[in-house]
Design a protein around this ligand. Sequence first.
Ligand code: MG
Length: 422
Amino acid sequence: MAIESRRSFLAAGGSALAGGFGLPHLSAAIQNTVSPYHRPKLKITDVRTAMVAVHGPQAHVRVYTDQGLIGQGESTDAAVGTPALLRSFRPRLLGKDPLNVDAIWEELRRGGIFAGAQGGQYITALSGLEMALWDVAGKALGLPIYQLMGGKFRDRVRIYCDTDMKDNMGAEAERKVAWVEEVGFTAAKIDIDDAGDPARFDAVNRTASNGEIARMIREVRHIREKLPSAIDLAVDMHGFYDAPTGKRVAQEMEGFHLLWLEEPVPPENIDAMAEIRRSSKTPICCGENLFLRWGFRELLEKRAVDIIMPDIQKAGGLSESRKIANLAEAYYIPFAPHCVVSPVGTMASAHVCASVPNFLVCEWHWINHPDLWKNWVREGEIIEKGFISIPDRPGIGVEMNDEAARHAQIPGTPWFAPGEGA
Ligand code: MG
């Protein structure tokens, strides 16, 4: 239609106007103003950060452009270095086209090979930046991020509630389990590692005593009986134990039909994780402390887990996490991302979850910060009956409410202060 309109316009008025303006110039002017294929041209003008403390120190990132569009990102868990790292990335970002998301990401990753770009703080900082670039790209093109990632497989993304409890047996458990059911979550998670367990004989070694294992079983049984059977239960051990303990607990959990048992051992030794997985029918999940596609390659090749859980705001960002999910799909492994970030990062994660076929469930970890959660973005509550509906607004689709979010600002740290020369 647009091409036809242009032709008609030229046929009707082109010859009459040609004398005054010259046809080539007129044609170029029309191309520039009415072509539906005009790609936005933007330049990055600044990158700014703010630090908050909710699930430990977390970094928020803003990418500014010469056309007034601002993208927002978030990095977590290994995020204390994000402001300094982004300052160091800044000279390589200014003037760049923010729509070349993967190319910018790859240039910074390759440029940091000798500076720790294999994981940790470096990749976490890059994750926050990459998310902000996707937000800019979506806003510039007028499309939600899921659309830029190939479209969505689902309209709603299933969320589970991490109950974040100090005590799985007392009043807190009673209250939280009832709340999980009442608000409509379809899955929940509890932690069973406890460094302060009185049945622990040694504060340093990673072997759980019979008393500790009995306590773990008691807690899981208690919560499993309290929760309706339709609500799935996942259990986290935070990589706190050794292989014999991991194996025993995985076997003891079989009767509870868990959604998964998470990090029974630390994730660095893939063979040990694989040994636990083979020893039990309990599904094993791991990945929140792994980075990039390369961090997940061996885990998948060795069939060391049943489910992977990359942290999208830490493992490399939206695009990288989608690639990790695609890699897992080749092994028929579901993708259940770790997620402890604000509604901004959680919504960005939801776009990734919507865009991969093997998505299982995504974490929510703000049960102890309900007011902060509800007020963090201008759009208000984003979870409804345990699901997030993916918005069609451009970019991530939610905007931070600075006034509310600043309640979590780490004292003495800047709040999106301009970089030098900005
Ligand atoms: Mg965990």
